[in-house]
Design a binder for this molecule. Structure first.
Ligand SMILES: Cc1ncc(COP(=O)(O)O)c(C=O)c1O
Length: 281
């Protein structure tokens, strides 16, 4: 359990920290966030995450109000206040208080919150997960906005169908999952991930770097036809790492093979995280 967060650079107790009712994040869904791992008390790939956070902010016309180094110092402060060993850090930036409930004042609110480790069932890694396709594309795919309404609306259907997440598709093109990027090993044995309509995932970036040293890689939009021919499919995200996808709707993918390439990339990704963390000590 973590007890402390930062609100506009002031340490506050999570249980009592609160935001005013005229914040545009609450009233208009105007806000962005980012979410990074903490391992052995160290933020991992922190420069990549802060760079994406500031890029989301500027694309949304939101002032961060702090330099990248100041944000790093703030993250370190939340880690030390909570004596945090492992978990995640949520960086949240909202539109700030508005007199008329619409016009931004220019003064944003920034929050840095510790989050407990997410532990997925080990069967998700050994047997793969099931996704349901849904016709949708995020409004501003390159921005990590706070709007996750589409997948929240799908929760009941996911539960009924025994699926773990959705796969966003539009006119036969696959973009990403609700909180993960999507990859396939295509019919030619190439690793492929969609180019457009996706968030620039940090795990995606690291997996592409690892994979490009050991196999052919192509960043181009995946179609549902490509998926039908795929040898393997998997998700990447900060909480999941590299997680095999065994089924999309009624289509089963790579189950007989046991997802060897996905597992190799998962092992290499975990090694990269470990070596990054060891280099900090
Ligand atoms: C829409 C979306 N796509 C992809 C990702 C994966 O990005 P990352 O690897 O940086 O966690 C996320 C992460 O939450 C996401 O929200």
């Amino acid at each position: 359990m973590f007890n402390y967060c930062l609100f506009n650079n002031q340490i506050q107790t999570i249980a009592t920290a609160s935001i005013g009712l005229s914040d545009l994040g609450l009233l208009r869904g105007y806000g962005i966030f980012d979410f990074l791992p903490v391992v052995n008390g160290q933020p991992i790939f922190v420069d990549d995450y802060i760079q994406r956070f500031t890029s989301s902010a500027s694309q949304m016309n939101l002032e961060v109000g702090y330099s990248n180094d100041e944000i790093k110092t703030m993250i370190a402060k939340v880690i030390s206040s909570n004596e945090m060993e492992s978990g995640y850090m949520r960086l949240l930036l909202t539109g700030g208080y508005s007199d008329n409930g619409f016009s931004p004042s220019g003064q944003t609110n920034i929050m840095i919150l510790p989050v407990a480790l997410v532990n997925y069932p080990s069967t998700y890694y050994s047997d793969g997960v099931k996704l349901l396709s849904t016709e949708y594309i995020r409004e501003f795919p390159q921005i990590k906005s706070i709007n996750y309404v589409k997948v929240l609306l799908e929760q009941k259907r996911l539960k009924q169908e025994g699926a773990q997440d959705v796969l966003f598709t539009l006119n036969g093109k696959i973009s990403e999952s609700s909180r993960s990027n999507f990859f396939i090993i295509n019919a030619d044995g190439e690793l492929q991930t969609s180019e457009t309509g996706v968030l620039a995932g940090i795990t995606r970036k690291k997996v592409l770097e690892i994979a490009s040293k050991i196999m052919p890689v192509s960043v181009k939009d995946i179609t549902l036809d490509d998926l039908g021919q795929a040898k393997e499919a998997f998700l990447t995200s900060t909480t999941k790492g590299v997680m095999p996808v065994a089924q999309v709707d009624d289509l089963q993918i790579g189950i007989d093979s046991g997802f060897p390439i996905c597992k190799e990339l998962q092992t290499s990704f975990l090694k990269l995280v470990q070596s990054y963390q060891e280099a900090l000590i």
